[in-house]
Design a binder for this molecule. Structure first.
Ligand code: PGA
Length: 259
């Protein structure tokens, strides 16, 4: 079949250490049933090192939700990409819409954070997507082009990267983009990624994110060009998260449910 698909869980600012440990264990045990899906989890920093230490060979990789672009220094409250890597992270989310919207992160900062991630040996997941207003003005394509071009300006096209298309209006709202919208947007993202000199087929997986749950996952998983999902709310329970892995591995409804 096609290249391996990704399922990434963004736990955001949720879970204490005992809950995080329990969720990771549930996901790691269940993940064995989905060998064709590469599962990643992004716990809060307070749980990252503990989970990474307890992680066994082959279990879901762990990522940081954010990083600072400097290696160290007087940046109270911040965590550098090197520190995240040292704590056991292999991936890092960059440019998530909550960072852009709530913490005023712009395209320049996003580019700096991507560079920091590569410098530290992390694989960044670059998040892009349009707001509701931009969508209603039919600016989606321009917004995606701007965000991707500015983020990847001057970047080594061989540096490891995942991109997540996350329409801002679909995040945490229960509103999912239609299959047609997702297919179109993924096409645009892939065009921009290719224009940046990157290998699109397999080399730079493009995930969809925004209210993905076990129900919405199956039709989304059937869209060509969707290489996996970045999931928020539904990643906070092992059962719902793993049900999304099931949808990625068997996007067609089982025979009994057909027609
Ligand atoms: P959601 O969040 O699945 O809760 O919509 C997705 C995300 O923020 O990455």
């Amino acid at each position: 079949m096609t290249a391996r698909r990704y399922l990434a869980g963004n736990w955001k600012m949720n879970l204490g250490l005992p809950e995080a440990r329990a969720l990771y264990r549930g996901v790691a045990d269940g993940a064995k049933g989905y060998p064709a899906t590469r599962i990643l989890v992004f716990p809060p920093f307070t749980a990252l090192a503990a989970l990474a230490e307890a992680r066994r060979e082959g279990e879901p990789a762990i990522g940081a939700q954010n990083c600072h672009f400097e290696t160290n220094g007087a940046f109270t409250g911040e965590v550098s990409a090197e520190q995240a890597k040292d704590a056991g992270a292999e991936f890092v989310l960059v440019g998530h819409s909550e960072r852009r919207r709530l913490f005023c992160e712009n395209d320049l900062l996003t580019r700096q954070k991507l560079s920091a991630a590569w410098r530290a040996g992390l694989t960044p997941v670059l998040c892009v997507g349009e707001t509701m207003v931009e969508r209603s003005r039919r600016e989606t394509r321009d917004i995606l082009a701007r965000q991707i071009q500015r983020a990847l300006e001057g970047a080594n096209p061989r540096a490891p990267l995942l991109v997540a298309y996350e329409p801002v209006w679909a995040i945490g709202t229960g509103v999912v983009a239609t299959s047609d919208e997702v297919a179109k947007a993924h096409g645009w993202v892939r065009e921009e990624v290719a224009a940046a000199g990157r290998d699109v087929e397999g080399g730079t997986p493009v995930l969809y994110g925004g209210s993905v749950d076990p129900k919405t996952a199956r039709p989304l998983a059937r869209i060509a060009g969707v290489d996996g999902f970045l999931v928020g709310g539904a990643s906070l329970e092992a059962a719902s998260f793993l049900a999304i892995a099931e949808a990625l591995e068997t996007p067609e409804p089982r025979a009994s449910a057909a027609n």
